[in-house]
Design a binder for this molecule. Structure first.
Ligand SMILES: NC(=O)c1ccc[n+]([C@@H]2O[C@H](COP(=O)([O-])OP(=O)(O)OC[C@H]3O[C@@H](n4cnc5c(N)ncnc54)[C@H](O)[C@@H]3O)[C@@H](O)[C@H]2O)c1
Length: 266
């Protein structure tokens, strides 16, 4: 995969062990310049330094993907610096493993706003530039939760948001195919990142965030249910996202790819 000359904007890329960071680094290693966007500006700055260590250009941008003014500012920064956005990866996300009966309305709203509305706002904001150049790749981070329901992976609000992302991607894929823009999603199973701790610190009421640290026995039970016999690594998600973001994936759109070690097959 060769991303030389491509500009990638990756949201949620400022998390030290996160999927977005791994995607930023993989694309940079393969030639892309990167806009590292995150709510956490310090984290975004660290990752943009890592991108530069591969000889690529990078800027760090603070963004709240749930806020349209903030998202427009992020895309303006990208266009001012690089003149275009070829690849958008919607990786910013938060989860909250909580039962419906215990879910406050405000937490429902925030989970939907970051995971679903954020995907809409960021996609909308890059479309004009992608349509003008008749080229674009949009890849969304959905989740196995979209297909199998929540449980330890996140509550019903998270499942609903991630399922919404799949429907959104298919509809947008139809709208923009004629402009050379593809829109796809990946559905990871449980990947070793700090999403639970990060989510507890961001946006959702920590009081309602049960088990930010997953109990060992729960983790063992999850692993036992994965045919491959382990949790996934962020780099394994990054490689699939990179493929969907590559020129070679031009005839794949509206698709979603499971990355879950066989824990859910459809
Ligand atoms: N880790 C998993 O097991 C898993 C499984 C399936 C799907 N996913 C999805 O993958 C994506 C990346 O998750 P991760 O595991 O790397 O989590 P992470 O917490 O390591 O990274 C997510 C990043 O998103 C940022 N973020 C949160 N809210 C934001 C906002 N409003 N605006 C901008 N940035 C914001 C956080 O600061 C964080 O840096 C998420 O969309 C998540 O739902 C993760």
């Amino acid at each position: 995969m060769d991303f030389k000359g491509r500009v990638a904007l990756i949201t949620g890329a400022g998390s030290r062990q996160g999927i977005g960071r791994e995607i930023a680094l993989f694309l940079a290693k393969n030639g892309a310049d990167v806009v590292v966007a995150d709510y956490n500006l310090e984290g975004a700055k660290e990752v943009s330094e890592e991108v530069r260590s591969f000889g690529r250009k990078a800027i760090a941008v603070q963004v709240d993907v749930a806020n349209s003014a903030s998202v427009d500012g992020m895309v303006d920064s990208a266009l001012n610096e690089f003149g275009k956005v070829d690849i958008l990866v919607n990786s910013a996300g938060i989860t909250q493993p909580v039962k419906v009966i215990d879910t406050p309305e405000a937490d429902w709203d925030r989970i939907i706003a970051v995971n679903l509305k954020g995907t809409f706002l960021c996609s909308k904001a890059v479309l004009k530039s992608m349509m003008k150049q008749n080229y674009g790749r949009i890849v969304n981070l959905s989740s196995v939760s979209a297909k199998r329901g929540g449980g330890v992976y996140g509550g019903a609000h998270y499942s609903a948001a991630k399922a919404g992302v799949l429907g959104f991607a298919k509809a947008l894929a139809r709208e923009v195919a004629e402009y050379g823009i593809t829109v796809n999603s990946v559905c990871p199973g449980m990947i070793e990142t700090n999403i639970r701790k990060n989510s507890a610190a961001l946006g959702v009421d920590p009081i309602n965030f049960k088990n930010a640290e997953l109990p060992t026995e729960v983790e063992q039970a999850i692993i036992a249910s994965v045919p491959v016999g382990r949790l996934g690594y962020a780099i394994e998600v990054a490689e699939t996202v990179a493929f969907l973001a590559s020129d070679g994936a031009a005839y794949i759109t509206g698709e979603d790819i499971d990355i879950n070690g066989g824990s859910h097959m459809d």
